[in-house]
Design a protein around this ligand. Structure first.
Ligand SMILES: [Zn+2]
Length: 255
């Protein structure tokens, strides 16, 4: 039975998303930025919350957990390495663990860098990945607790997922990310096409996600740090990918 998803905005620019298994009726919220929009999404879909799958400990991903847990008695799954900073955790997971949502199955991928214990949930059979604040459409998360090298390795792990995997990230940052990416690769045609597509989506008040791994590989400079053309574009021809990534990430911080 294929997974169904429902995406909605929370807080300022966070995304909430529900993953539903029609067969069993199980429904997981990926992160819980705040309770009210998640309750509204549950009402709209008629789905019943069974699980919350947490990607990392930041308050804009965990603020709604307590209220939702009290009301729905749902299971809270969180990354082992930062579970002590997340409320009401029932189960901790690490690299390679499997998380079931009804009959759906997710593999846990550790993607440290934004936070030290950040994880992603990859539903391989359903071609879905929930990547929190590690990978964004045409961008990546700020490196807060890890090192740029660590973040680059985490992004490579996501880049290795099948190309048609749909990527759900934690924030609507696409237009700002595109403006930055165009300073790095002004002649990238896939990026120009993505800019036009995203502008149309925003004008129509539609989300710019999910994206796909293939789309990101073509246009996201942070996934392209090991390409000679990109190194040359930032005057770092011949330098290692992690060094190039570090430079691009530093430029984005100043942008
Ligand atoms: Zn975060």
């Amino acid at each position: 039975m294929a997974a169904e998803t429902h995406l909605f905005l929370c807080l300022q620019d966070n995304y909430g998303v529900l993953v539903h298994d029609k067969g069993s009726g199980a429904t997981a919220a990926i992160d819980a930025p705040e309770a009210a929009p998640i309750e509204a999404a549950l009402s709209k879909t008629g789905w019943k919350l069974s699980d919350i799958l947490v990607t990392h400990h930041h308050g804009d991903h965990t603020g709604g957990i307590g209220e939702l847990k009290r009301r729905h008695r749902c299971r809270v799954v969180a990354p082992r390495h930062e579970a002590q900073r997340i409320p009401d955790v029932d189960e901790t997971v690490r690299e390679g663990d499997t998380v079931a949502v009804g009959t759906l199955s997710a593999r846990v991928l550790e993607t440290p860098g934004h936070t030290a214990g950040h994880i992603a949930y990859w539903f391989g059979a359903d071609r879905l990945a929930f990547v929190g604040d590690t990978l964004f459409s045409i961008g990546c998360g700020r490196v807060i607790e890890g090192t740029p090298e660590m973040m680059w390795q985490s992004l490579l792990k996501l880049r290795n997922l099948p190309g048609d995997t749909e990527i759900y990230c934690g924030h609507e940052y696409t237009m700002a990310n595109i403006r930055f990416a165009q300073t790095i690769e002004p002649n990238n045609r896939a990026l120009a096409a993505r800019a036009a597509e995203a502008a149309a989506q925003v004008a129509a008040r539609k989300p710019t996600i999910p994206t796909t791994i293939d789309a990101e590989k073509a246009a996201n400079p942070f996934l392209r740090a090991d390409l000679p053309d990109l190194a040359a574009a930032v005057s770092m021809a011949g330098k290692g990918a992690a060094q190039v990534f570090t430079e691009i990430r530093a430029r984005k911080n100043r942008f």
